[in-house]
Design a protein around this ligand. Sequence first.
Ligand code: CP
Ligand code: NVA
Length: 304
Amino acid sequence: MKHLTSLFDLTTSEVHSILDRAARLKAAWRKGVREPLCAGRVLTQIFEKPSLRTRVSFEAAMMQLGGSAVFMTAKEAGLEGREQHDDIAKVVGGYSDVIVLRTFAQSLIETFVEHAGKPVVNGLSDDYHPCQALTDVLTLQEHFGDVAGRTLAYIGDGNNVAKSLVLVCAHVGMRCTIGAPEGFQLSEEFLAQVRQQFPQAQLEQFSNAQDAAADADALYTDVWASMGQEEEKEQRAQIFRDFQVNTALLNVAKPQAAFMHCLPARRGLEVTDNVMSSPNSIVFPQAENRMHLAKGLFAWLLEQ
Ligand code: CP
Ligand code: NVA
């Protein structure tokens, strides 16, 4: 049984296999071909947090592949106290071919892996956002061709997206630099775990944005306050104010560096409006690619 709970789960050859399938399915889709690879399959999504891209891209992907999709909030599914989580996992597993979860705790995803008996995908947890990071490499491959040896600079909070980017870069041989304020950087424990699994990983963390952005091929940022951290919004806006991706920071990166953001973006905070709208910005093709990556992921998860 295959699952995607974090990018620690996958071998590098599995990462390439998902990316290749996604690229092939996208090329076919562009020609109007929608092969019913998932005919009769049911995707169930249960989300504890809001979503635009993840929810819709997974639904669209499943439907374009000939399957159907069911969506429930955590409350509707009974996760907020109506029923034991392992019981819910067993019941949902009985109805579904794939389950996508968006959670606070990573442990809820592990509970479903243990009890659902069907492939489980992390559609964002407090710890990881693997489908986003795989999508980001798909997008970079389209933009640059071969990505090995390129540098991705992540500027901002050392969060779920940052951790997943570090891991995906390690898988595909990209250098990854992180620029984050002290106290909001990736933990030594996480970095040690990455270095243990990927001894060749090129990974550097800085406590300022400029050193991380220097000569980067792509600059990436995410919100300063993630879902669940809304109460820290004001405080974080102060702490992160020197970590905005603006024209001055873009100028530190390589000429024509790509600008990426998982979205939703808070224009005027982590990124300026002019960088979001600049010719460097590939944020909307990046968002569309969530659907193409989802198809590659389904094809990989459900293959016999
Ligand atoms: N990038 C992303 O996961 O967006 P949503 O929160 O809208 O799903
Ligand atoms: N780090 C953000 C990503 C949103 C897609 C969050 O967890 O809210």
